[in-house]
Every structure is written in C-alpha cells, then in structure tokens.
Write a protein that binds this ligand. Structure first.
Ligand code: 13P
Ligand code: ZN
Length: 273
C-alpha cells in the first residue's frame, strides 16, 4: 500500500508533477537527471500520515528554515530522471516532512529515495514564500536550452535586459510571465550560497530566475503554472533565436504596444520597458 492510495487529492497533485516531468523530458530540458521539482503538500496531510514512521534517519537541510517546521513536501529524488518520474513518481521521488527545529527532515514515503541535491534552494524558497504569505506551493528547476544559452552573454545578464527582449517577442510573454526573468550569477549547483542568491533574486520581485550557465528556477501556485511561466519565456527566446538565424535582429514589440498589454491585463511592473 502506497501513501497515495485512498488519498485522491494528494494523488492528483502528484499526477500533475508526473505530467510536468514528462513535458520537461519531451522539451529536451531534462537530460539525464537534470532538473528538480518540489511541492509543498502540507494541505493534504492527515492524521494517519502524521503517524507514519520515518523510513530512515533524519537528514540535515543545511539551513534552518523556521516556517517549514511541520511542513511536508514531495521532492524529486537526486540522480533520478524526469522521464522515469513521469511514469513512476513515487519510485523517483519521495515525500518528506520537516522535523522540529526546522534544520532537518526525514523521508516518509513511499521508498527511501534521497531528495534532490538542490533541496537547500527549493526549501529556502518555500520558507521565503510562506514568510511572505504567498499562495505559491510549487518550485521547479530545469535546463531550458535557449534560456540557458542567453546566460552565456554578459549582455543578457544585465538586470532586465533579457526580460525586456523576451516580453517584446510576442504579447503573451508579458501577460503570462508578468514579473520577467531575474538573474542569479553563477554559483556551485546544490550549494547553500546558490540557495541564498536564489532567495535574493526572487525577493527582487520575480517568479522565474536564471541560474547563470545552468538553468531556470521558477515558483508558482502549482507545478503546472510554474512550468507554464518557463515555457512562455523559453518560447520567446526561441523566437528571438529564429529571427537571428534568419539573419536579422528582431524588431520586437514597441514600448507603447507592451504598455497597452500591461494596462489591459492589469499587470505588475508597468513601467519596466
Ligand atoms: P538532482 O538529480 O540532485 O535533482 O540534480 C539535478 C540538477 O539539475 C542539479 O542542478
Ligand atoms: Zn540543474
């Protein structure tokens, strides 16, 4: 018997994670074990779950994250493949709970699958979101080809230079990724320094930030919405690259056109063009 049995709401949430994992593989953003997903599932926890024994010893998070005490998360397993997770989410990820003191966690279900190596970044961001009273419960890290390519040029690493270009490629980009794309300078994958820098970037009022020369980190209410924000941004990057491949610099929408989108849709960051 698995933890998802007789828990339809929790199972539906995990099924959506598996669906997104499949999209990441199909998009070519998830080579080998690339990328990770965590979702705060605390709202689905019942008394029977709370009484379940741990599958192994407590493990340190690497940070103290006070608002996460007693919270539960689904986490992709470290070294696990998105394409495998798409078929078997509970064999390629696990459900963990944060222990009293908020400095450690234990794996509860279904198998002893160690969480992603990027757990410090993911959990630090969840802690930050709860502190802000945010409704966001999902975080996604993935390696979208065109967005990562942009971060190999100083030009696009300057604050909001890539944001403006991406928004101007197609009207939907600003409508559906209205905070744009933040930038995090290169730091060692899985490090606490990367977790801290990710928080600083998200705190600069972004839902999606780039880890320079590595990948993207996105947050939203649920995993499908986090995926959608990355998908629209990467689509805009592909349009830019397609135009450049045809031999010209794309004109981009005008500032007036983008301001009109912002006004009609009531978007944040109205002055940023
Ligand atoms: P994990 O397999 O530990 O999740 O790592 C993948 C990754 O993309 C690291 O940045
Ligand atoms: Zn990565």
């Amino acid at each position: 018997m698995g933890i998802l049995d007789n828990r339809p709401a929790l199972k539906a949430g995990i099924d959506r994670i598996a669906e997104v994992a499949g999209y990441l593989w199909e998009k070519g953003w998830a080579e080998r074990n690339g990328g990770n997903i965590t979702v705060n599932i605390t709202e689905h926890v019942d008394d029977v779950m709370r009484s379940l024994p741990a599958l192994g010893a407590p493990r340190p998070i690497g940070k103290v994250l006070p608002r996460l005490e007693g919270c539960w998360f689904y986490c992709k397993g470290t070294q696990k493949r998105m394409r495998d997770l798409a078929r078997a989410p509970m064999a390629n990820g696990s459900i963990i709970r944060i222990l009293p003191g908020a400095a450690s966690y234990e794996i509860v279900a279904d198998a002893l699958v160690a969480p992603t190596s990027e757990l410090p970044s993911h959990l630090a961001v969840h802690d930050y979101l709860l502190a802000k009273g945010s409704p966001y419960r999902a975080s996604l890290h993935t390696h979208p080809i065109e967005l990562v390519a942009l971060t190999h040029s100083r030009r696009w690493l300057e604050k909001d230079v890539a944001t403006r270009m991406l928004w101007s490629m197609i009207p939907e980009t600003k409508a559906f990724c209205p905070r744009g794309l933040g930038m995090v300078p290169y730091l060692l994958p899985s490090s606490v320094e990367l977790a801290d820098a990710t928080i600083r970037a998200i705190d600069g009022d972004y839902d999606v930030v780039m880890w320079e020369k590595h990948g993207v980190f996105a947050v939203d209410v649920d995993i499908m919405s986090a995926f959608d924000q990355v998908d629209v941004l990467n689509k805009a990057a592909q349009i830019y690259i397609a135009a450049r491949s045809m031999g010209f610099e794309p004109e981009g929408m005008s500032e007036a056109q983008m301001q009109e989108i912002s006004a009609v849709f009531g978007l944040p960051k109205q002055g940023l063009f």
